[in-house]
Design a protein around this ligand. Structure first.
Ligand code: FES
Length: 508
């Protein structure tokens, strides 16, 4: 396969066969309703089912088809250059707790692989963060001091073994990589064997929580009555009055899977400076598939999205000698203002609604630790990481108040900018397979002409809070620059916070 621009993205991880489940078609009563069948929901459902609780997972689409199916799947506590910053903002104790909690998640995977014999291409790897500019060499040295003060097993290196002009690198030992869907499929099957029920194509739209027992309401009108709800739907489908959309921004990132002639030396790598680059391999038909990721940007903002894949291909060519281009995919992530995820009680006064979101692209360890933490909330057990990740943590706005202002000012800017935008393009100007903002009946609209010439025109006004969506050429979607809602070219919701489709003005 070549990387033709008209091909839709395809993730390597979803090549395996996954179980399928029927939608929910009746009311249900369980101990715990888990909304979302990604890494967090499945880990929590697995642990809670093993505790003997009656659990139901409600998934809006198919299992493991959200961000979990579109990752680079590194299992690491090396989440960029964070430890010096965390020590400055939160103190060494919390920085160390952060590190430990992610190392525990890696340990959980390793133990499960060994004890349950899960075949998921798990391998222990050294992780490296590298700098290609002098400015970041200094930052790497500062980060190394943070490692030493936190007792993180690592060392400082001069370079990395690729054709990349790295001037320094920081090693973190005992990290890992795996095939996330092979691993989570096994957990899901174990959960089901322990009594967990799973419903696909079941969209949760609301929670009725005026009673002691909350009820998750589905789009089809069914109710799941439970003692606890776990919102593991990536962007919370329920937002009253958490205002989670105003406390996070959304980022998109890209990955490609390629074959090269190079003899890969092992290890997982990430760049400290821009543009972001992530490097790892995975077994692939007796050979190795090199997975390169990066090119992060805020959703609905920045350059033509296809350019991000092209930049990764160029990087692959220069640094690794690209031989064959097999896969490409992208993901959307939530980033909180203080860079710590939100895991815990949804809000004060809503004790039986739990949430996990804001993983900042590090969902592989964060999802697993969230599954454990939420299980402890449900079981009413102490957990050393509760305060650190609590959505109502007292220390969260303190370190970076500026980013609160910037995030919301950015939203305001896009609210105004999109409305004033004028284009002289009309639907007649579109080529087959092309999408664009156009003028339609004198107003801004979004149009896409498919490969057969069928035209879809939508009102690009985001149904969440009214920003104007932009065309995403790589994924053929309408993306909102304000809080990251995404819609298909015909207006259907792909990602929240919105729950309502764009208005389809024309389809012919
Ligand atoms: Fe909030 Fe579009 S996602 S306005």
């Amino acid at each position: 396969m070549s990387g033709s621009e008209h091909q839709f993205p395809k993730t390597f991880w979803r090549e395996i066969e996954l179980p399928t489940y029927e939608p929910l078609n009746e009311d249900l009563s369980v101990d715990v309703a888990v909304v979302g069948a990604g890494i967090t929901g499945i880990t929590a459902a697995y642990l809670l089912s093993k505790e003997g609780l009656k659990v139901a997972i409600l998934e809006a689409g198919g299992v493991l088809n959200g961000t979990t199916g579109h990752t680079t799947a590194k299992l690491t506590a090396q989440h960029g250059m964070i430890y010096d910053e965390f020590i400055q903002h939160f103190g060494p104790e919390k920085a160390r707790l952060y590190f430990e909690s992610h190392m525990n998640a890696i340990q959980f995977v390793e133990t499960m692989v060994k004890e349950n014999g899960i075949d998921c291409d798990y391998s222990k790897e050294d992780a490296y963060i590298y700098a290609t500019t002098e400015e970041y060499v200094d930052k790497i040295k500062t980060e190394w001091e943070a490692y030493k003060s936190l007792n993180i097993d690592g060392s400082l290196k001069d370079t990395i073994p690729f054709n990349i002009p790295a001037k320094a690198a920081l090693l973190m030992r005992n990290q890992a990589q795996y095939h996330p869907l092979k691993f989570l499929k096994s957990l899901l099957e174990d959960a089901v064997n322990a009594g967990c029920s799973v419903y696909e194509n079941t969209v949760a739209t609301d929670i009725e929580d005026d009673d002691t027992e909350p009820k998750v309401v589905t789009k089809a009108g069914h109710r799941v009555t439970c003692k606890q709800v776990i919102i593991a739907s990536h962007f919370p489908f329920y937002d009253k009055p958490g205002l989670y959309f105003a406390r996070m921004h959304t980022d998109r990132s890209y990955a490609i899977g390629i074959k090269t002639d190079m003899d890969y030396p092992g290890g997982i790598y990430i760049s400290a400076d821009s543009p972001a680059r992530s490097i790892r391999t995975t077994p692939y038909n007796g050979e190795k598939l090199l997975i390169l990721g990066g090119e992060n940007h805020k959703t609905g903002q920045g350059i033509d999205t296809l350019k991000h894949y092209e930049a990764l291909q160029l990087f692959a060519k220069e640094a690794f000698g690209l031989k064959e281009y097999h896969y490409r995919w992208s993901a959307q992530d939530m980033v909180t203002l203080d860079k710590l995820p939100f895991i815990g009680k949804y809000s004060e006064g809503r004790e039986n609604i739990l949430i996990a979101t804001g993983y900042k692209k590090w969902g592989m360890t964060t999802g697993i630790l969230a599954g454990h933490l939420l299980t402890d909330y449900v079981m009413d057990r102490e957990n050393p990481y509760m305060e650190l990740y609590s959505p109502s943590r007292a220390f969260q706005a303190d370190p970076d108040f500026k980013s609160v202002v910037t995030t919301n000012a950015d939203v305001a800017k896009h609210l105004i900018k999109g409305k004033l935008e004028y284009t002289d393009k009309s639907t007649d100007d579109l080529q087959m397979g092309e999408g664009s903002v156009v003028m339609y009946n004198g107003k801004r609209a979004g149009a896409y002409k498919d490969e057969n010439g069928k035209l879809y025109v939508v009102d690009t006004t985001c149904t969440h809070l009214g920003c104007e969506c932009e065309w995403n050429r790589a994924e053929k979607s309408w993306d909102c620059p304000c809080h990251g809602s995404r819609y298909s070219y015909s207006g259907d919701v792909i990602e929240g916070p919105t729950k309502k489709a764009l208005e389809l003005l024309k389809e012919e």
